[in-house]
Design a protein around this ligand. Structure first.
Ligand code: GLU
Length: 408
């Protein structure tokens, strides 16, 4: 390990199929551990790079601080399109990845979780490989989060990122004396974050008008039935790419047309860099609520600010996932299993109070209420929401350097 970057030895040679060696690039970046063990997802995607993982690991450091969970930031994964592998190949690759990673991680050192292209099944494989041959394996259950609920995963973890985003959006409406009921939204990405956010928001009475993913873009001005779309994408064996493209109860439109649709909220919940300057010029929404990591470019931010489009930044918008990862980690340590009601009750309180602190920082309104205390964090002037979120993150991290003399 050098400069916080873990280099997996062996030039990335992973045997996927016995007898047919193939090389894959694999990574784990450990960015900061001032507040607790490194924490962050494992991404399997064809477009990853060391630079991308460095950015995503740093963002986990800010996100865990904003969520106020006792973790630092890390991120890793493999440069591969998992959709091109059979389940046996995916299993072999995952086990091999953990074989190399094992000396560098641990339940109190670095804790991977799902991200783009990985899920609870992959987490189960990582756990299996990590605990293989260990005498006290049950003590090690917290080495990964996002596991299946039958093997120590937390209730509510699968939906947690979408749920956290929905809590932020509810709070945004609450400030205006309103609720999401009757509002409209457009969505980019129908993976874990996008599909769950859409389900929860439609349950709150919001209407989904359009969705884009890597396989197509669909639009229905009368509203899309989210449950029906979920079964089209996920329960349909003929939909091999698991895409919204071709959904029969909506018009097929082009990706660029998505951003011209008038809606209250735009939710980017796919990959980074999608809301560019030119895209932000076209947007006809009041709020961009970021479910993806890093979906908006700096130019996109400037255009949105100029046009008065409001923002729920990613590091609070999608912090629900890592928050429930923390609950999973506690449950593992205590050998407990909490109900979904208990998990969501805690999550709602945590996300909403941290969201309120960020909003108070942005407005320069220090307050101490029954639900939140922003008095330590305001900086004497008004700032935008993304900067406000960074102020909260850095102040919480700074306390460890100042009070604890943390020097790593
Ligand atoms: N991959 C998720 C994220 O980007 C979750 C990370 C975690 O739970 O550790 O926030």
């Amino acid at each position: 390990m050098r400069d916080g970057v873990v280099r997996l030895k062996g030039k990335g040679l992973y045997k996927v199929v016995p007898g047919r060696p193939e090389r894959f690039k694999a990574y784990r970046v450990q960015h900061n551990q001032a507040r607790g063990p490194y924490k962050g997802g494992t991404r399997y995607h064809q477009d990853v790079s060391l630079d991308l993982f460095k950015v995503l690991a740093a963002e986990m450091t800010w996100k865990t601080a904003i969520a106020d969970v006792p973790f630092g930031g890390g991120k890793g994964g493999i440069k591969v399109d998992p959709k091109t592998l059979s389940s046996e190949e995916l299993e072999a690759l995952t086990l091999r990845y953990m074989y190399r990673l094992k000396p560098l991680i641990g339940p109190d050192l670095d804790i991977p979780a799902p991200d783009v292209g990985t899920d609870g099944t992959i987490m189960g494989l990582l756990l299996r490989q990590y605990t293989d041959g260990e005498r006290e394996r049950h003590k090690l259950r917290g080495v990964v989060t996002g596991k299946d609920t039958r093997i120590g995963g937390s209730e509510g973890r699968v939906r947690a990122t979408g749920q956290g985003l929905a809590y932020c959006i509810q709070e945004w409406f609450a400030e205006r004396g309103a609720t999401p009921a009757g509002s409209t939204f457009i969505l980019q990405g129908f993976g874990n974050v996008g599909s769950n956010a859409a389900e929860i928001l439609s349950g709150l009475g919001a209407r989904l008008l359009a969705v884009n993913d890597s396989g197509g873009t669909i639009f229905n001005p009368a509203g899309i039935d989210v449950n029906d779309l979920v079964s089209y994408v996920y329960d349909n064996p003929r939909n091999l790419r698991r895409t919204v493209g071709g959904y029969p109860k909506a018009q097929q439109i082009s990706k660029t047309d998505l951003f011209d649709i008038e809606a209250d909220i735009c939710i980017p919940a796919a990959l980074g860099g999608e809301i560019t300057g030119p895209v932000a010029e076209r947007l006809k929404c009041k709020l961009v609520a970021e479910g993806a990591n890093d979906p908006t470019t700096p130019e996109g931010d400037r255009v949105m600010a100029k046009r008065g489009i409001e923002l729920i930044p990613d590091i609070i918008g999608n912090a629900g996932g890592v928050t429930v990862s923390y609950y999973e980690w506690i449950q593992n340590k205590r050998m407990e299993h909490w109900s979904e009601t208990e998990v969501n009750g805690r999550l709602e309180q945590a996300i909403k109070s941290n969201y309120r602190i960020i909003r108070d920082i942005a407005r320069n309104m220090p307050r101490r209420t029954a639900t939140h205390n922003s008095s330590r964090y305001t900086i004497g002037k008004e700032i935008d929401m993304r900067t406000a979120a960074m102020v909260l993150a850095l102040k919480r991290i700074e306390a460890h350097y100042q009070l604890e003399g943390f020097s790593q």
